[in-house]
Ligand binder design. Sequence first.
Ligand code: HEM
Length: 219
Amino acid sequence: MSTIVVDGGFATGRRLHPWPVRIMHWTNAVAMIVMIGSGWGIYDDSVIFHGLHFPPSLRIGSWAAESLLWHFAAMWLLALNGLAYLTYGVATGRLRERLLPIRFADIVATVRDTLRLKIAHDDLTVYNAVQKVLYIVAILAGVSQIVSGLAVWKPVQFSGLTALLGGFQGARLIHFLGMAVIVGFLIVHVALSLLVPRTLWAMLAGGPRLRAPRAGRRP
Ligand code: HEM
């Protein structure tokens, strides 16, 4: 099992965000934004919720067919990049190291601190419990978008999957709700990274070098 500490250890040379993670994170951000903007263009052609439209200034593609081309182009980038991120994260143990464990008491403490506007985030190398939950939700929502997207894209070839998701309209609804979760995440995520700009710089430049415990277990 690997343990990362900041004080009292020896430098491992590893950065908080190694370069593959940074490349994959920003590739994902671009792909997600294109998927969301073009998805809104496709949605507006045949709405699910009457009265809910997205303004042309927020849509990518001047009409539905053009939006669809953008959606299909970014889809490959999103899926391959996401697969690379998950494979890298699992193979190196980084995902588990960064995102687990999550304790309920820590979630409550973080929410309490945030409500008191205490979001110092002194130690960048440790994600707080709410951050961990939000990242896991974002990753799962991304996976759900790929799966429900497949069911909407190829409902005949993936008929079993489409049926599992409640048919074509059910898969469409899940795809829309997944988008809403990701947009909600994105608003909070970008706002927090602007509130604590050191995190933004770390995601660009790599951040501090990690330290491993002096005695006992090594990563
Ligand atoms: C342009 C928009 C974005 C900005 C400015 C941004 C910014 C950041 C920053 C600063 C961090 C590091 C946080 C820290 O060290 O405390 C981070 C991490 C992360 N972001 Fe974003 N992000 C963006 C888009 C996205 C999107 C679209 C997703 C997924 C839907 C996403 C998912 C994540 C995840 C999962 C992490 C943790 C990465 C890891 O350690 O493996 N981000 N982001």
